[in-house]
Design a protein around this ligand. Sequence first.
Ligand SMILES: O=C1C[C@@](O)(C(=O)O)C[C@@H](O)[C@@H]1O
Length: 156
Amino acid sequence: MPKSILLINGPNLNLLGTREPHIYGHTTLSDVENNSRDVAASRNANLESFQSNHEGAIVDRIQAARGKVDGIIINPGAYTHTSVAIRDALLGVAIPFIELHVSNVHAREAFRHHSYFSDKAAGIIVGLGVYGYKVAVEHICLNFKELDKVEAKATL
Ligand SMILES: O=C1C[C@@](O)(C(=O)O)C[C@@H](O)[C@@H]1O
């Protein structure tokens, strides 16, 4: 069965491409999502993407993925530095995840140096720009185990 990957982007990442381009670059979120889907497809995997500016919506999406997804790629945006709720959701569904940041958060303000996710992530990608999404997808395709899905054909 093809692997299933869920790509989650948190608050303000809908503005990728226009938001502080000197930090985040010129590539839009839809380019990132389409490229990620293409990279997954080239490795015979399915990828669905989700973006929200709302913490509870991200928690709901993670819960809905329980038993249906082999790996999550998450850029929690500013929630990286604040959200126990999203951390608990990821641990609650027990889906391995990669934490991703477009910018090098460690070279920025001190409040960006702490993450509520890093100690539980299978891997962390920081500061590679949007190329990091491709790396994350390929890593999951090549290295994550496939789950025994709850329902073979369940939608993500
Ligand atoms: O919104 C973001 C984006 C970010 O996660 C990144 O991709 O570099 C880094 C966060 O500190 C910031 O709040």
